[in-house]
Design a protein around this ligand. Structure first.
Ligand SMILES: [Zn+2]
Length: 510
């Protein structure tokens, strides 16, 4: 990694309506980007929209506008996720932009020149909504295996990518880079798919106009997946190169839903290898959400709207739930009851109360001014070492994209601090004037543990973390703090006046 970190979400299909799946990938990418910035890494975080293809062309025709006009109109639904969910992406790429046309055509030309792309004829069963051709074997009851809608037979001249040639290079790449595909179970699926043999891939359509033309043969439009995947290099300046490309390519991790893993872990590295560009270092496939125990679908009317979630619960609560509830990589169930329960018990009770009751005691016993700590006793040292262990556990979990473990580890420190309050019993110390220094040390240590919890929670619940950071008298932006320096015990400043309470997580009424 060498101190840099490039992370991407998939580009979202512009004609879709944002739902929990989009929010999930984006929030996960954001938490990772924020965490790596706090480690002091140079981070580039890219998201955007996939705007070409038959569906956009058809929808635009129905509405009597051009595909570009349609894309311009609906792209705001995805661009709006950035402020709504408190996302810190560095760029937002749209595949309809000129920079992307230049990038896709340059990549295509490289493989055309070395013979990996050739002109042939394609025949197959075509599913229009999925923009996919299927073979006889792949059809299920004569219908599209993805969406079960009817397919039509189509034949057209097409450019092909010599994917078959990349079976061995891909298998070698997986072998040499055991963490290229995560989680492990998904890796095994991909390896057996590739080991089973690869067919050359149809790479252009003549039936489509809304897309990027094949260089020197504009009757052909480049296959939407080739176009879409290339966004990851366009975003850092391909084909011109330059400092952004040199610093950040190859990407550290592409976050994807498990349904599009094959495109990212098989086709994409092969396209790049062919063009002499390094493949990405990692692809992580996350799971899917059901909603209140049911499959999410438009017809059931149970699609979770991220904007509604933010209006109802706030961005922090929604972010926290998504990353805490389910191990990243597994499927999970979204339920409002579970969200409210987690927010109330973990954020409002465990974390919020720790800070609030400590600020209350500080106000009562020290007029709100942070005391200097005295000599450390056994319980104090145990809390300090717990804090160090938790920071290490969070770091290990974040390296593996185990967000739920990182949060669980941070909450171990919250629990340890709450227990320290109970066993140190500041209210009892306060009754004995001879123990005033000890009382000051105890309150200092609780606030200090809370400060480190705030630091660790900042990538997940940025707005609440900032509020608590300020309530603890810390300067500047918590997300600009560095985990190494700011995570060292003793960072809380003595002599600073703090408020008597701070409500960062209001309870949600059930
Ligand atoms: Zn289909």
């Amino acid at each position: 990694m060498n101190g840099t970190f490039y992370i991407t979400t998939p580009i979202y299909y512009v004609n879709d309506v944002p739902h929990i799946g989009h929010a999930y990938t984006t929030v996960a990418a954001d938490a990772l980007a924020r965490y790596h910035r706090m480690k002091g890494h140079k981070v580039f975080f890219l998201t955007g929209t996939d705007e070409h293809g038959e569906k956009v062309q058809k929808t635009a025709a129905v509405q009597g506008i051009t595909p570009r006009e349609l894309a311009d109109r609906v792209v705001t639904r995805f661009q709006g996720l950035t402020p709504a969910l408190d996302i810190t992406n560095d760029d937002f790429i749209r595949t309809s932009e000129p920079r992307h046309y230049a990038s896709v055509q340059a990549l295509f030309r490289k493989s055309l020149a070395n013979g990996d792309i050739y002109l042939g004829e394609y025949e197959g069963w075509y599913c229009t909504p999925d923009e996919s051709y299927w073979t006889d074997l792949q059809l299920v009851d004569g219908k599209c295996p993805e969406c079960r809608r009817p397919v039509e037979k189509r034949k057209e001249p097409s450019y092909f990518f010599r994917l078959s040639k990349y079976q061995k290079p891909l298998l070698d790449y997986y072998e040499k880079n055991p963490k290229f595909i995560r989680p492990e179970s998904r890796r095994n699926e991909v390896v057996s798919f590739v080991a089973g043999g690869l067919n050359d891939l149809s790479l252009s359509r003549t039936s489509l106009t809304w897309g990027i033309p094949v260089p020197d043969n504009p009757g052909h439009v480049i296959y939407v997946w080739y176009d879409a995947l290339t966004n990851y290099i366009t975003g850092v300046g391909y084909p011109d190169g330059g400092p952004l490309f040199d610093t950040f390519w190859p990407a550290d991790v592409h976050l994807v839903g498990k349904d599009i893993l094959r495109f990212h872990a098989v086709f994409w590295p092969a396209f790049l290898m062919s063009a002499g560009v390094a493949p990405p270092l990692g692809v992580f496939a996350h799971g899917w959400w059901t909603v209140e125990g049911q499959k999410m679908s438009k017809s059931l009317g149970n699609v979770v709207d991220p904007y509604e979630m933010v209006r109802t619960y706030g961005a922090d609560a929604f972010r926290y739930f998504l990353l805490r509830e389910v191990p990243f990589g597994l499927d999970g169930d979204f339920s409002r009851k579970a969200l409210v329960h987690r927010v109330n018990s973990e954020l409002a009770n465990d974390f919020g109360n720790l800070i609030n009751r400590t600020l209350g005691m500080l106000g009562k016993y020290f007029g709100g001014t942070v005391p200097s700590p005295g000599a450390a006793e056994g319980a104090d040292l145990a809390l300090v070492s717990r804090s160090r262990e938790v920071m290490a556990a969070v770091d290990a979990a974040m390296e593996e994209l185990e967000f739920h473990k990182a949060l669980a580890a941070s909450w171990e420190l919250v629990k340890a601090a709450n227990k320290y309050v109970d066993t140190s019993a500041p209210w009892a110390l306060a009754k004995d004037p001879a123990r005033r220094e000890r009382l000051g040390t105890v309150l200092y240590n609780i606030l200090e543990a809370a400060r480190i919890c705030v630091l660790l929670s900042a990538p997940f619940i940025p707005a609440a973390a900032q509020k608590m950071w300020e309530a603890l008298g810390c300067d500047g932006r918590v997300d600009a703090a560095r985990l190494g320096a700011a995570g060292a015990w003793g960072g809380l400043k003595a002599g600073v006046a703090l408020p008597k309470s701070a409500v960062a997580f209001p309870r949600i009424e059930e």
